[in-house]
Design a protein. Structure first.
Length: 290
């Protein structure tokens, strides 16, 4: 059985850790509120833009003259792996990295370039053999539209120039505080809606003003940038939700451990007191015997 000093040191250590995890949980909760508000407000706008974009690019009339919808044989793939800058958020980062590596195995016959977003993805893929573009790895230092727009423009320009034939985003989609789903999303070329014969729900006819060319020139690039920004906001909110959940569980586990340690401490202390009493009684009996 451990002595009293060792048990007391462990109790103090666990108590200090519990205070840290509790503070981190509160910080994550505050950050989550702001990040959640951003993605909740952005999501309907992004979904509607994406729906319009997909309808415009669907069918023989829509996608033939849109450079971002050009489908060609895929030999060069860009994988955008979006993680966080920090850890202590459960399986948040490892799930994205596993999904990213799964994609590289599925496309092992292609030339794959990785664009890591987040320090964890950058550190992970530095140890791999893939070519890396690390110019936009620090997007989470300032989660605002302007730096994300620059990253999206780089990806879009690289696709148009033929540097890449396909672009896939891998990130955590925010569901709620306790749930984040890993998403593998084709960013480019723009996915087209396959409308079945007699199906009138999957496609809509839009009245285009001032002209279809103007809409394509303005709407399509802006919609793609919004889609990229939504992925970043989703990942940001998911990170804080995952960290809040992880720190909450860590705090609860620390409380359980403290309960067990205090029980051990009391038992050890009681055993020590009992031994001292027995020694005193034995000594007294020995003196009486003399």
């Amino acid at each position: 059985m451990a002595n009293l000093k060792e048990v007391k040191e462990r109790i103090n250590s666990v108590s200090s850790t519990q205070q840290i995890t509790k503070a981190m949980k509160m910080v994550a909760a505050a950050k989550l509120r702001r990040a959640q508000d951003k993605i909740v407000q952005m999501r309907p706008y992004s979904q509607k833009l994406t729906s319009i974009l997909n309808n415009i690019t669907s069918g023989t009339e829509g996608g033939t003259d849109i450079v971002y919808a050009e489908e060609r044989p895929v030999s060069k793939l860009l994988l955008v792996s979006i993680t966080s800058d920090k850890g202590l958020c459960g399986a948040f980062n490892s799930n994205v990295l596993k999904a990213s590596m799964s994609l590289t195995e599925e496309h092992s016959d292609k030339q794959i370039t990785v664009m890591p977003v987040g320090k964890k993805a950058l550190d992970f893929f530095k140890k791999k053999s893939f070519p890396i573009n690390s110019d936009y790895a620090k997007l989470f230092e300032d989660v605002s539209f302007e730096p994300v727009r620059e990253a999206a423009e780089f990806v879009m320009d690289s696709f148009v120039s033929g540097q890449f034939d396909k672009v896939i985003l891998v990130y955590n989609e925010f569901k709620n505080v306790a749930t984040q789903a890993v998403v593998k999303e084709q960013f480019l070329p723009i996915s087209k809606i396959e409308q079945e014969e007699g199906d009138t729900k999957t496609s809509q006819e839009y009245i285009v003003e001032p002209s279809r060319e103007y809409i394509i020139e303005e709407l399509v690039p802006n919609s793609l940038k919004i889609q990229f920004y939504k992925a970043i906001l989703d990942s940001n909110a998911s990170e804080h939700g995952a960290r809040m959940t992880a720190m909450s569980k860590a705090t609860d586990n620390a409380a359980e451990l403290l309960k067990d340690l205090k029980l051990v401490y009391n038992r050890t202390r009681q055993a020590a007191i009992t031994n001292e009493i027995l020694e005193i009684v034995a000594g007294a009996n020995a003196l009486e015997g003399n």
